[in-house]
Design a protein around this ligand. Sequence first.
Ligand SMILES: Cc1ncc(C[n+]2csc(CCOP(=O)(O)OP(=O)(O)O)c2C)c(N)n1
Length: 664
Amino acid sequence: MDIKALEKAALSVRALSIDAIQKANSGHPGLPLGAAELGAILYGEILRHDPGCPAWPDRDRFILSAGHGSMFLYALLHMCGYKDMTLDDIKNFRQIGSPAAGHPEYGMAAGVEATSGPLGQGIAMAVGFAAAETMLAARFNTAQRAIIDHYTYVLCGDGCLMEGVCAEASSFAGHHALGKLIVFYDSNRITIDGSTDIAFTEDVAKRYEAYGWQVLRGSMYDFEEIARLTAQAKAETDKPSLIILESIIGKGAPNKQNTADVHGAPLGADEAAAARAALGIPGDFFIAPEAADYFSAKQAAWKEERESWQSLFDSWSRENPEKRKEWDEFHNGKAAPAAMPVFNQGEAIATRAAGSKALAAIASANANLAGGSADLKNPNAVGLPADAGTWNRQNRAGRYIHFGIREFAMAAICNGISLHGGLRSFCATFMVFSDYLRPAIRLSALMQQPVVYVLTHDSIFVGEDGPTHQPIEHLASLRIMPNLCVLRPADAEETAEAWAMAMERTDGPTALALSRQNLTVFPKADPDWKNTIRTGAYIAKQALPSDLGADAMADLVIIATGSEVGLALEAAAKATDKKIQVVSMISRELFESQPQAIRDVIVPPGARVIVCEAGVRSGWERWAKVEDILSIERFGESGPAAKVADHLGMNAAALLEIINSEKI
Ligand SMILES: Cc1ncc(C[n+]2csc(CCOP(=O)(O)OP(=O)(O)O)c2C)c(N)n1
């Protein structure tokens, strides 16, 4: 280990960070200055990576959970030679289009493994990366050749460790013995408001020991010690490791270091000049020649290491053609078509139960699908076929994950599994608790990860569990999230299509809203509905037989979703004096994104539109007049489902009343 070169690399992290943040007049110098030594040794000595081939599947992963310290990552990626992070990009830190974005953004530059910044989620995603590594290793490694064998490293700060999601995920990681997860804790005892003494005095080490982690301690500024602790962390194969590194926030800024001032604001011209002088930084955007030489000398070894993996992989491929075929299927980014279940018209089955059959078919066809529920395996109906097995410390090849009652971490872990590559992930809970998942769903959407969220018990028809368990505003609140596809199937047949649609997605998450109660499989007027539904809506019932031509045009279109499609069909059957077309709108956002001509076929212009959905009306006003929307604008009630529905006026009688409220 060339300590002198590492010191120069750390100096260069500081220099680039000071200048980029100063130039942008925005950013967080505290972390990159305070943890520069870790960055140097991590990227120079610890990480197994090849900047020339950043997508190498068996590379070590590094997640900067404390994403505000993004210049730490950008400076190191640049110095290591990652092509996506040029010096010009760094000079454009925090400017539109620069991969050196405010916080690390997945997809903007190779080497950024996850979007981070929402504190705590980075650690939780890293747990997913580490879990994914065990799954792939168990499936693909042979006694002779370990083609998957890498570590997941994290850098977090006080903020991450205060967040609840970090506790959930760390508890999960300890329980599941994720020994190849190594978290460095930048323990500088400063956050935005000042010293951690004001709000965070727990014994983090004891907490992590209680989670079942190995806890190690050292100094941020002792390379030998960091190397030794990392080796110790690697040697402990049954426990994740937390390496607590005592540090000084903003180290090197002579007047501001060790204060909250240096956490999240540029040093300012005077302090920047003082820091440069104190550190011996001779120029702007300085990279010490010794550091540049050090990293350029590393390239050959990095390349060699990756090439030796490649030859290992090639030998493994020759010896295991079946496994290789499966490897390619895992990594081609496409879901395999599944033999989907068939349902009979008139059959009464809850869409969660239908979803279970669809999931089983998909899981059988796609061995790379893994996931589970937050302790609601049976209520959510997301058990996998027995041969998929349960993932745990004894069976890393298992695919069903018991997340425990840790919804937020569950979703973040699923993001990590998906980001790792090679696997698809899903997770499930009651829809009302989608609020607990939300910050991670948002990251799925932002990072374009095709995680499937199975949200059952999707309305007041939950019944007896009452208002705490009855979603009201949830559909509306999920729909407003960009790049989240919300699908609310109306019966078992639609549910199978919804699952297929979720698996077809490659660039974003899907939320499946599924019913607790039985719904009757209904005949569909549109013979091509399995295709049409992919526009977001189709005609479930025509106004009149279509051979009547223009006469078949509807006077009235009822748009309904999920369980309320059945209700709309019931009301329409009773309103015999009107020509009513019933539309099942499985996804309002998807439908709204269609060209006008497609929308006009489903909802003819000029027709009166009534909307029916067991949730708040928000967003439906653009489809119908407020008085023509049957919705629920209050919290629910505890009671048998049918009685709750009657009590809240969510029934066919109420819909008929709206239908008849206007003479046509
Ligand atoms: C969930 C979440 N809450 C709040 C913030 C805003 N925030 C960014 S950094 C920070 C303080 C973090 O302190 P620490 O982890 O100790 O970082 P350091 O001061 O050492 O850089 C806060 C509150 C955030 N990014 N994410």
